[in-house]
Design a protein around this ligand. Structure first.
Ligand code: T3D
Length: 263
């Protein structure tokens, strides 16, 4: 029996997904896509889940597409990468970005190609000091996908996004942090403890409000200031009607820690 390509654990409101093809640096096969999408779909409708942590097994985070997978039939008429991008990678990134709960990525090793962009699609990205990021696409005659041409320029600016994409150069986790591509670099031995701690912290916060914050910040890129002010008004109206807002104010006034339910 083959090992599952995706491992899922659920604990105290935190879902942890581990990409689990360590001997291939957790690169994507069609099977892994199917398992990951199924898990994300399951989590999206599970109200007990209040934070998601994504990481990889072994020494890599994810090396993008498994170049030996049959769907990569190079030179064959049957190959329609537009179709596989639509059906697999675009669905994955859309499903991940649609999650209302905070998504933390713990990049435990190399993140290449679609693996790098999968990490960038997450809300808070932590990386081990030994990890690295590579827009590997141009090296094999492809174009960055999985949202890379959308995330990268917004995170690091157009000059760095262009050079990283055209050169396919590996950058270190520290460089990625200095450029604002990721949130934090941690010593390798501390990465998972910190990532779990962060996920557990977020799982105790006002989940509904966090979802609305994500909605606001994700919408900002295509909005004028006027549109964003209107959106903030609408989201604040919604947040202010939540039980967690009532609890937050009550706890503040009573000088006690808030006990948010996520509602
Ligand atoms: O279908 C579609 O829609 C297409 C979508 C495409 C999206 C993409 O992601 S395209 C980009 C694909 N990814 C790459 O081009 C990256 C290829 N890998 C590498 O460049 C290097 O492996 C790394 C820089 C990531 C890591 O280098 P290193 O030296 O640390 O490790 P390694 O020795 O190269 O790899 C370790 C093993 O993993 C090795 O297997 P072996 O020899 O021990 O049996 C290697 O072949 C395997 N591996 C690594 N990446 C992939 C892979 N096997 C299949 N596909 C991979 N992407």
């Amino acid at each position: 029996m083959t090992d599952p390509a995706i491992l899922l654990t659920l604990d105290s409101g935190v879902a942890t997904i581990t990409l689990n093809r360590p001997d291939k640096l957790n690169s994507f096969t069609e099977t892994m896509h199917g398992e990951l999408l199924a898990v994300l779909t399951q989590l999206a409708s599970d109200e007990t889940v209040r934070a998601l942590l994504l990481t990889g097994a072994g020494r890599g985070f994810c090396a993008g597409q498994d170049l030996s997978d049959p769907i990569m039939r190079t030179g064959s008429d049957a190959l329609d990468m537009g179709e596989t991008i639509d059906r697999l990678y675009n669905r994955l990134i859309r499903a991940l970005k649609a999650l209302q709960v905070p998504v933390i990525c713990a990049v435990n090793g190399v993140a290449a190609g679609a693996g790098a962009n999968l990490a960038l699609a997450c809300d808070i990205v932590l990386a081990a000091r030994s990890a690295s990021f590579i827009q590997a696409f141009a090296k094999i005659g492809l174009v960055p996908d999985s949202g890379g041409t959308w995330f990268l320029p917004r995170l690091v600016g157009p000059a760095r996004a262009m050079a990283l994409s055209l050169l396919g150069e590996k950058i270190s986790a520290e460089q990625a942090q200095q450029w604002g591509m990721i949130w934090k670099v941690l010593d390798d031995g501390q990465l998972m403890d910190e990532a779990r701690g962060l996920a557990q912290h977020l799982a105790r916060q006002p989940t509904k409000a966090l979802g609305l914050i994500k909605q606001a910040l994700n919408a900002t890129w295509s909005h004028t200031l006027g549109e964003q002010l209107d959106l903030e008004r609408d989201l604040q109206r919604s947040a202010s009607k939540s039980p967690d807002y009532a609890e937050g104010v009550a706890a503040f006034m009573a000088k006690r820690p808030a006990e948010f339910t996520g509602k």
